[in-house]
Design a protein around this ligand. Structure first.
Ligand code: 5GP
Ligand code: ZN
Length: 121
């Protein structure tokens, strides 16, 4: 897929994953990195990203099944670590323009610490 493994030195989240742009990292392992959102929309707002550059969920295929599962389990692990297990939380993947995506490196938002509303805006 074009853009999927492009040179990514200009990608904000690739730079965070590589450690060349500072972030408050809350979890990392060989496949993913989780860090605090710069503009939190809830008391807990963490972004969970793959180390490998993928621009959005729209570009994912069957070959990404394992990493997608890994990212969601990482979201759940960070939620547990942040004490959100009892009251719950929300996972969001904004995908493309209508989804409200602004950074084109796949990421899951983990939001918690307050009651969410539905439907989202
Ligand atoms: P999107 O709108 O693409 O779903 O989410 C992008 C998120 O990345 C936003 O919530 C935004 O606040 C966050 N963000 C943008 N730039 C940075 C940055 O340099 N550092 C961190 N930690 N978060 C960022
Ligand atoms: Zn990237």
């Amino acid at each position: 897929t074009p853009g999927k493994e492009a040179p990514v030195s200009d990608c904000l989240f690739c730079r965070i994953a590589a450690g060349s742009l500072p972030a408050k990292i809350v979890h990392q392992d060989p496949q993913c990195v989780a860090f605090e959102d710069l503009h939190p929309q809830a008391p807990t707002h963490v972004l969970v990203i793959p180390r490998k550059h993928v621009s959005s969920l729209r570009e994912c295929g069957p070959e990404d099944q394992a990493i997608l599962g890994h990212l969601l389990l990482a979201c759940a692990a960070v939620a547990r670590q942040k004490g959100l297990g009892e009251h719950g939380y929300r996972i969001v993947a904004n995908s493309g323009r209508d989804g409200g995506q602004t950074v084109f490196h796949l990421h899951f938002h983990l939001l918690g610490g307050r009651a969410m509303t539905w439907p989202p805006g």
